[in-house]
Design a protein around this ligand. Structure first.
Ligand SMILES: [Zn+2]
Length: 232
């Protein structure tokens, strides 16, 4: 499959992967020297409305369980939803720190901590014009390679929907809702300032990065935070 740059996307490796969310076929996709991974559940070939999640790597959140982002929840919720339907694809793209790479992300964290600014501001101070450098065309290629006809995409980010539709893949948005019970379970392990920081991060996503904030509890928390700062 040819991309816009003429580099083809190929499936390099495949195996079965057993997870706490059930069994998947894991496929390693390569385009140029870019590696990506897809976890496929059930038969998705020539299927309409396949449940899909496109996840960008977050070492801090997913591996180290950092408390200031919702990436790990998004992974777990998505895999759980795919398991429930017994059909779907979870695509994992190695684009750390919204595409700036892990070292730049560490620098952005340092800037946030030093200047007490948000992530968008930190990217600016790093000299980056955009606060999000991620692209999703490889994901579109994987979806086509899996011969999926149309997609229900688990996301709060309209940019992902746009990339798919621009690539000729019909896609509708499925809100990626985090259950309040899960949030509470997690919040029980966090101190108050960490919870506040997480909510603030969700608010930056909503206000500065165009993400739709659908889960009720997050909306409620954000409303309370806005109110406490006299915004509403
Ligand atoms: Zn994260």
């Amino acid at each position: 499959m040819e991309s816009e740059t003429g580099t083809s996307l190929i499936c390099e490796a495949e195996a079965e992967l057993r997870t706490m969310f059930g069994h998947f076929i894991i496929r390693g996709y390569l385009r140029g020297d870019e590696e990506s991974v897809a976890l496929v559940r059930g038969n998705v070939n020539e299927k309409e409305n396949v449940l899909v999640r496109i996840q960008s790597s977050c070492l801090f959140g997913e591996t180290f369980h950092a408390t200031d982002c919702d990436c790990k929840w998004q992974v777990m919720t998505s895999l759980y939803r795919i398991q429930n339907e017994d059909c779907g694809v979870f695509i994992y793209l190695f684009q750390e720190g919204r595409g700036i790479g892990i070292f730049e992300k560490i620098k952005a964290f340092y800037i946030q901590q030093t200047y007490e600014c948000d992530t968008v501001e930190a990217f600016k101070r790093l000299g980056l014009e955009k606060s999000d450098l991620r692209t999703y065309d490889i994901a579109a290629g994987i979806i086509r390679h899996e011969r999926i006809l149309s997609v229900r995409l688990l996301t709060n980010n309209d940019a992902k929907i746009k990339t798919l539709t621009d690539n000729g893949i019909p896609a509708i948005r499925m809100p990626l809702e985090l259950e309040e019970a899960d949030f509470k379970r997690l919040a029980a392990t966090m101190d108050e300032s960490d919870i506040r920081e997480l909510i603030q991060y969700l608010r930056v996503k909503r206000d500065k990065m165009g993400h739709q904030m659908v889960h009720d509890f997050a909306r409620r928390f954000l409303k309370e935070l806005d109110a406490s700062e006299g915004k509403q």
